[in-house]
Design a protein around this ligand. Structure first.
Ligand SMILES: C[S@@+](CC[C@H](N)C(=O)[O-])C[C@H]1O[C@@H](n2cnc3c(N)ncnc32)[C@H](O)[C@@H]1O
Length: 366
């Protein structure tokens, strides 16, 4: 929060602004006093300014006026309060997060943006909608970014505190992407799983000190990250926290086997996999292959695969992140020395004579 004194934040009235876009913005804040269709306009700036809790003074005193002089900022503020576009900030905690609803809205938002971009690209001058779509987009960007920043800051502070507790007893073993399979003696990390000891997005870094981990297991997670940028950055972060000589183990779908099964028409490979995974059958072996290889779903689906690895590609990524002694492992074979690591049925199972999983290890140079 900024400044002393009472703070105000966006309230329920802003929904009318959001749903009605430009037109409603004029209605909510008064058509005779404020314009809405040019960059830097007053209501838009008011909304973006109060995306995080702010004092009245930070708005009224900070308003340079622009075309709107003589208390326009103060009037816009008063009207926003009257119509509950702004409300006093109680500083209370948000209610319990409905993750499914958040996912649904986020996916819909991205979908609408893609649609909007296509329509705007295709629209002729003169057929554009009333108001200024770029302004509404600008407002949306600002609000979403502000929210993401606020959540990230709060979350980072909490993750650091949780991680400090978990690391208190000495070197840690990190299990990344644990899902519903936490392992005792490991720090189980996942973006969303309630079974995790620490819920973080591994793309934001690992809240552990350099050289503080004696092993990392990345368990069917790497294929969910963008290749090579995010996957490479996460591996580099693992290397940072691993002590010299410590081992990193990765399990991902063996995409060379999936490709071979497709090319050789081994339909049983896909059928068996989908049976074991209790997943609705894909429309065809090609649809299944593309799904596992990261090309099957809309880009914004949160838990989709984003890439598929074969041995050469994963070995290069591991070596590129600074690991040495990189090699393929069979299930049960590990320098980590914990027989529980291959807990996933997919690590051991084969279909039509081909492995489903590629398991590799490398170690940090001493
Ligand atoms: C396919 S599941 C694997 C679960 C478990 N390791 C297993 O093999 O049964 C992938 C897991 O990675 C987690 N995950 C995906 N992206 C992540 C990210 N960016 N940061 C942290 N966890 C992530 C998901 O929440 C999910 O639990």
């Amino acid at each position: 929060m900024t400044g002393d004194g009472p703070h105000y934040r966006l309230g329920p009235g802003v929904a009318a602004v959001a749903t009605g876009a430009g037109g409603a913005l004029v209605r909510v804040l008064g058509p005779d006093r404020v314009g809405v269709s040019r960059p830097g306009d007053l209501p838009l700036r008011l909304l973006t300014h109060f995306a995080g809790p702010r004092t009245r003074e930070s708005w009224v005193d900070g308003d340079s006026g622009g075309d709107d002089v003589g208390g326009a900022a103060a009037r816009a503020f008063a009207e926003a309060l009257e119509h509950r576009v702004l409300v006093a900030d109680g500083g209370g905690q948000a209610g319990e997060l409905d993750q499914a609803a958040v996912d649904q809205v986020a996916a819909a938002l991205i979908g609408h943006l893609v649609r909007l971009r296509a329509h705007l690209a295709a629209s002729d001058p003169g057929t554009a909608p009333p108001g200024d779509p770029a302004l509404v987009l600008h407002l949306s960007l600002h609000l979403v970014r502000e929210l993401a920043d606020q959540v990230a800051v709060a979350h980072r502070a909490r993750s650091a505190a949780v991680a400090a507790d978990l690391a208190e007893g000495g070197p840690v073993r990190l299990h990344l992407g644990c899902g519903e399979h936490p392992m005792a003696g490991w720090v189980n990390i996942d973006l969303v799983s309630p079974a995790a000891d620490l819920r973080v997005d591994v793309r934001d870094g690992l809240p552990f000190a350099d050289d503080s981990a004696e092993a990392v297991y990345i368990a069917h997670l790497l294929e969910h990250l963008e290749y090579p940028a995010d996957a490479g950055a996460v591996l580099a972060e693992c290397v940072r926290v691993l002590a010299p000589g410590a081992v990193l183990r990765v399990a991902v779908p063996d995409i060379a086997a999936f490709a071979r099964a497709y090319v050789e028409g081994r339909a049983e490979f896909f059928a068996e996999f989908e049976r074991r995974w209790e997943r609705a059958p894909s429309a065809s072996p090609l649809a299944a292959f593309l799904h596992y290889a990261g090309a099957g779903e809309f880009p914004w689906v949160a838990d989709r695969h984003r890439f598929g690895y074969d041995e050469a590609t994963l070995a290069a990524l591991l070596a590129g992140s600074g690991l040495v002694g990189v090699r393929r492992c069979v299930p049960g074979d590990s320098r980590v020395g914990d027989p529980r690591l291959d807990y996933s049925w997919a690590n051991e199972a084969t279909g039509a004579g081909l492995p489903y999983t590629l398991i590799m290890e490398g170690e940090v140079p001493r």
